[in-house]
Write a protein that binds this ligand. Structure first.
Ligand SMILES: Cc1cc2nc3c(=O)[nH]c(=O)nc-3n(C[C@H](O)[C@H](O)[C@H](O)COP(=O)(O)OP(=O)(O)OC[C@H]3O[C@@H](n4cnc5c(N)ncnc54)[C@H](O)[C@@H]3O)c2cc1C
Length: 333
């Protein structure tokens, strides 16, 4: 009797990359291009595909050439991760604080496998936080690790929270600058006959340069200026959600859940809990005329969630709400 040992191909894997391009898109956005020997194996799924950027701690010279990691010292946290692809997260968790590389979540903006390149659009929010500081100061040639979808994996990769229903009346996509790269991908990938609107609050109106257009989606970008986060976005969503619901030619019959009207919501304490609610069921099953995707600062997203689900009675199975960051809290907290 023969037995065969199959190696499990993980949906996500680590890629060692180097910064080979940095192009300002606006005052607050920079497009970073990364190159890597095996980026031809980076899967291109589009939409809001999330990835992890893993930053070397100071003095960690883990890479002396693409894909080799051979310049790493014995105490290099990044080299330890690259040396344990299958189980890198456990290795990461067990590293001493001084060498454990910080991790932040981003959206993949473009994948060019044939050129071994990927793009990530990063908002500069000052010299605070590992990622923003790195993005403001890292010279070309800097190396880091990206955890991204593995093209060699046959199944679904995960890490995508925009699930276009098979049929829906209108689409509402809204968020702040951290959601802008995902919204740009969504606009690029939506079918031409999709209808709805994309509402984005950014630091300055000029940051809209980073957004493409779509024939059926009205794109509205507002500059925040000196206002607080959400002060422009919340009224905009309130106004347009009402209009979209009025406009939506309901393509499917309302289910009893959808027509039940306003519902009570569990409160989410965004200071302690993650605000992350993505429909698990096919939104079509809910029979709602509106599919909504909302991402940005958690406190603001919580207000929007309350408005859509609790006040307007939109079926929660057709809305995805994601707190991408929290005021006064690091992603590492
Ligand atoms: C799924 C997902 C996808 C994301 N995609 C992108 C993307 O493509 N591009 C992008 O730029 N960001 C994106 N983000 C947001 C990004 O991960 C956070 O902004 C992250 O906190 C930045 O890390 P940091 O090290 O700079 O700051 P942290 O160490 O996390 O935080 C330090 C301080 O900065 C504050 N802070 C964090 N982000 C901001 C901000 N944007 N504006 C003002 N203050 C801030 C925090 O409240 C904290 O007080 C995404 C987040 C998620 C969850």
């Amino acid at each position: 009797m023969t037995s065969s040992v199959q190696t499990l191909v993980q949906p996500f894997r680590l890629f060692e990359v180097r910064l080979t391009g940095r192009r300002p898109l606006s005052d607050n956005f920079v497009r970073f291009t990364f190159s890597g020997a095996d980026l031809d194996r980076f899967a291109d799924n589009g939409y809001d595909q999330r990835i992890k950027l893993i930053f070397p701690v100071a003095g960690d010279d883990f890479g002396d050439g693409l894909g080799t990691g051979s310049g790493a010292g014995a105490d290099s946290g990044c080299a330890a991760l690259m040396g344990s692809q299958e189980d890198w997260y456990t290795v990461w968790r067990d590293l001493p604080d001084e060498t454990r590389p910080p991790i932040r979540t981003y959206t993949i903006r473009a994948v060019r496998p044939e050129q071994g390149e990927i793009d990530v659009d990063i908002v500069l929010h000052g010299l605070v936080g590992v990622a923003s500081t790195w993005a403001s100061t890292a010279p070309l040639g800097s190396s880091l690790i990206i955890c991204g979808p593995n093209a060699d994996h046959d199944g679904v990769h995960g890490g995508i929270d925009f699930h276009l229903p098979a049929r829906t009346g209108r689409i509402l996509v809204a968020g702040d600058e951290t959601a802008l790269p995902a919204i740009a991908n969504i606009l690029e990938k939506l079918p031409a006959d999709a209808r709805g609107c994309a509402l984005v609050e950014v630091p300055d109106a000029g940051d809209s340069a980073a957004l493409p257009s779509h024939p059926g989606i009205e794109v509205i970008v507002v500059g925040r200026g000196a206002r607080a986060h959400g002060e422009a976005l919340v009224p905009l969503v309130r106004e347009h959600a009402g209009r979209l619901l009025d406009d939506a030619a309901a393509p499917v019959t309302f289910s009893s859940a959808a027509s039940a009207g306003p519902v009570a919501l569990d409160d989410v304490d965004v200071d302690h809990d993650m605000l992350w609610e993505v429909p698990e069921e096919d939104p079509e099953a809910a029979g709602t005329p509106l599919y909504a995707w909302l991402a940005g600062e958690a406190g603001v997203i919580k207000l929007l969630r309350r408005h859509l689900v609790a006040e307007r009675g939109i079926d929660r199975r057709s809305v995805a709400f994601m707190g991408y960051w929290r005021h006064g809290k690091s992603e590492g907290d």
